[in-house]
Design a protein. Structure first.
Length: 149
């Protein structure tokens, strides 16, 4: 009493589908264990830092990279950025939008060092606000970070 060819094909198909479903389930399970938090955006440079980087690129005769950098950090169109970089190369200053011009230069000490200094001075609440402002963390996460230092 052997199995017919049709029965063997049905059994083989069922096994292949079951194995495929198992592989898909394993891949999804592995995917769920990864950290899905969005990457932290890089801090935007101040107007002075951006000017310095643009001057460096212009001195290296890399105007295209300077235009790309300027567009990346401002809302300037391609034409506006090209005109600004050409003007900067000719010695004229760039007039940044107010949001860029107001941005202060990045502090020299790293965030953890500045948070420790604030905690030692008894200003833990200000340390939490500093962490939230620079990283975009929510308050519980920032508090946890400050407490861990």
């Amino acid at each position: 009493m052997g199995l017919s060819v049709t029965e063997l094909l049905i059994i083989a198909t069922v096994l292949i589908v079951a194995i495929g479903a198992g592989v898909i389930a394993l891949n999804r399970r592995r995917g769920d264990t990864t950290d899905r938090r969005p990457a932290m955006p890089a801090p935007r440079p101040s107007a002075e830092e951006l000017d310095g980087a643009l001057h460096d690129l212009i001195r290296q005769d890399k105007k295209i990279q300077a235009i790309k950098l300027l567009r990346e950090h401002t809302d300037l169109s391609l034409k506006q950025a090209k005109e600004a970089v050409d003007g900067l190369a000719a010695g004229y200053p760039i007039h940044y939008p107010p949001a860029i011009a107001r941005r202060p230069a990045r502090p020299q000490a790293d965030l953890a060092s500045r948070v420790r200094e604030l905690k030692e001075a008894g200003r833990a609440e200000q340390a939490v606000l500093l962490v939230r402002g620079e990283t975009g963390m929510d308050e519980p996460s920032a508090t946890l970070f400050v407490d861990s230092l």
